[in-house]
Design a protein around this ligand. Structure first.
Ligand SMILES: Nc1ncnc2c1ncn2[C@@H]1O[C@H](COP(=O)(O)OP(=O)(O)OP(=O)(O)O)[C@@H](O)[C@H]1O
Length: 609
């Protein structure tokens, strides 16, 4: 509320009521007395306007020592006499205001002359603008920030030619371990395995042979950003089994943390095969087992290696089933996923536990091995791991992530106007695949629950070949989904294409080696998700196809954004839909009729449910 400024130069009072400084709004928010005064019938209407000004005067008068209120006989006094008294009171109030203003800090006062002079003096030119802030989110700045994330880490580049026989490590691997690798996996390494074994085995063997001291600091922490299906599980399992195979007493020395139960089984399977005949105790911990039983099991037989999800790890740390006292190696598989999830803030809980239980409190007291095909560039996530002298093993490529070398991508552009027919276009695409085992990624459970039955109805109406369509979704029980995944993984594609419709639950780490095609029915939400989805095919240096159904300009534009983070092998550039693919998005008159009928059937099925 601004007081009306009183101009002292007009000290002589005009005929009409003098302008007096309005009182500031009363501190209390109860303005009922003001309403009361302004509605007071006793005053003549024409004076009401003046009265409102007088009210402030009346109100301020209440504050000032002067003629007592309610003097009824005041009407009979000489009016000039009344005026002079009123003027005295106005002038004395003005003087009071001036005194108050003198007490105010100068900064609060608006210098009218200066303000007046400023406004008059300033010509109507462009007011100078502040310097433009550099857009730190622009592409190059963002890329630069991403690469800074790796700047403080020693980079060890490798390329896909680095393959050699596992037998070349016979002096560095226990004979039993080498035999298990060659029996269950392969005679030759994959590139990421070569570069990792070359950089760790000799250090591990030297330190274990000469002195246990500083073993972890000699090796340092290991970060691996390697494409999907490139053999990361074997790459970290081999040095672990090698390092433990000489142990005498079973103690928990290795912790492997993975984001899902599905992955626990896969890692357990790989490590058990490698450790055959070594006597090592490898345990897993998963939610369906009772915590109490697992607690008892670990107390009776302390495992050498524990494979666990973050939530379960925190449970066991909190009830003291396991101790970090002897921990030597910590593996984070699908690390970017693990570090992005809250999971009761598991990494802080784990780091604190290591800090309070390890005898060796020096930095680098545990070798941390951080693996992913889309390793986070978000340093504060990695920062929480207190990395020690980390080495980053990364493909020699200019971008963040690599797609499998022999993955071929196909983009099918669906006009927005035809998006209603997307399920039919998916069927057209499936009809073109021969002996295919295809994963179809949709954006949600609901999408999966709608698409699978509609595909089945269209196939029944002979709109397409007789593909065998399965759907993994949250309506199924966990055991049903597990059975469906197993059925899909072991299915034969001679008679018909095997199709599994799923959400991104299946996009990480699932290792089904003969998936021929991945179809992004709904686009992924990030380049990481795109890499992991496509990585379900073209595994173990094999071939595979990824098909992207892109509806309208929006999804096409989004896809080009994803491209910025992705490197491909020479010759495997994405094939954008061409005229022969146009037939995928064509709908004949007859098809249109039958398709509409299928939609009707689906609607009646759903309403009938
Ligand atoms: N040297 C090798 N030779 C042949 N096959 C291998 C070799 N190493 C691993 N494999 C096989 O390759 C497949 C993929 O391995 P793995 O699951 O470890 O890949 P990954 O890099 O962890 O993939 P993702 O990032 O999707 O988890 C597995 O079936 C594995 O048995």
């Amino acid at each position: 509320m601004f007081a009306v400024r009183f101009d002292p130069s007009e000290a002589e009072l005009p005929k009409e009521k003098p302008l007096v400084p309005q009182k500031r709004a009363a501190e209390s928010d109860d303005d009922s007395d003001e309403v009361q005064e302004s509605e007071d019938e006793s005053q003549e209407p024409e004076r009401q306007k003046d009265e409102s000004e007088d009210e402030s005067e009346d109100k301020s008068r209440e504050k000032l020592p002067e003629e007592p209120e309610g003097q009824e006989d005041v009407q009979n006094q000489d009016t000039s006499d009344i005026h002079s008294k009123k003027h005295d009171s106005v002038i004395s109030r003005f003087q009071q205001t001036l005194k108050l203003q003198e007490k105010l800090p100068q900064a609060n006062l608006i210098d009218e002359e200066k303000e007046a002079s400023d406004t008059e003096a300033r010509p109507l030119e462009q007011i100078p603008q502040p310097a433009k802030v550099r857009n730190t989110h622009s592409g190059e700045a963002f890329e630069e920030r991403k690469s800074i994330a790796w700047r403080n880490t020693t980079k060890v580049h490798y390329d896909n030619q680095m393959v050699k026989p596992f037998a070349s490590y016979q002096d560095q691997l226990q004979p039993r371990l080498l035999a298990n690798i060659q029996q269950y996996f392969s005679k030759d390494t994959f590139p990421i395995q070569t570069v990792l074994l070359d950089n760790t085995l000799s250090l591990l063997n030297f330190t274990l042979g000469v002195t246990k001291k500083n073993l972890t600091r000699r090796v340092g922490d290991i970060l691996v950003n390697a494409s999907t299906g490139s053999g990361k599980t074997l790459a970290y399992s081999i040095p672990i089994i090698e390092a433990l195979s000489k142990r005498t007493v079973n103690k928990l020395r290795v912790l492997v943390i993975v984001p899902t139960k599905l992955l626990i089984g896969q890692v357990f399977d790989t490590m058990s095969k490698l450790a055959q005949g070594t006597g090592l105790i490898i345990s897993i911990s998963k939610l369906e087992n009772s915590l109490k039983e697992e607690h008892q099991k670990f107390m009776n037989y302390e495992p050498d290696i524990l494979i666990v999800t973050p939530g379960r790890l925190v449970d066991h740390l909190q009830i003291g089933s396991i101790t970090m006292k002897n921990l030597m190696m910590l593996v984070l598989d699908e690390a970017d996923h693990l570090l992005n999830q809250s999971f009761q803030n598991w990494s802080t809980e784990l780091m604190n536990n290591i800090k309070s239980h390890k005898l060796d409190q020096m930095p680098g007291n545990v070798i941390k091995m951080v693996f992913s095909a889309t390793l986070t560039t978000n340093t504060e996530k990695l920062h929480g791991l207190h990395l020690y002298n980390p080495k980053l093993f990364v493909r020699d490529s200019v971008k963040l992530y690599n797609l499998p070398d022999k993955l071929q991508e196909y983009n099918v552009n669906v006009p927005t106007a035809k998006s209603l027919y997307k399920p039919l276009f998916l069927l057209h695409l499936l009809n073109r695949l021969q002996n295919a085992k295809a994963l179809v990624f949709v954006k949600s459970n609901e999408a999966s629950l709608r698409l699978a039955p509609l595909l089945a109805i269209m196939i029944e109406k002979r709109m397409g070949a007789s593909h065998n369509v399965l759907s993994v979704n949250s309506n199924n029980t966990k055991s049903e989904n597990k059975r469906l995944v197993h059925q899909f993984a072991t299915s034969d594609t001679k008679e018909s294409n095997q199709i599994l419709i799923t959400t991104d639950l299946m996009s990480r780490g699932i290792d089904i080696n003969d998936i021929t095609d991945v179809i992004n029915y709904d686009p992924p939400i990030s380049s990481q998700q795109y890499v992991h989805r496509c990585g379900r095919t073209a595994r173990a240096l094999g071939r595979g196809n990824a098909h992207n159904l892109l509806v309208g300009k929006g999804e096409r534009k989004f896809w080009t954004q994803i491209e910025k983070d992705i490197s491909r092998n020479v010759g495997y550039e994405p094939i954008i839909s061409t005229e022969q693919d146009e037939s995928i998005v064509n709908v004949s008159e007859n098809e249109n009729e039958v398709y509409k009928l299928c939609l009707e059937i689906l609607r009646s099925q759903n309403s009938g449910d």
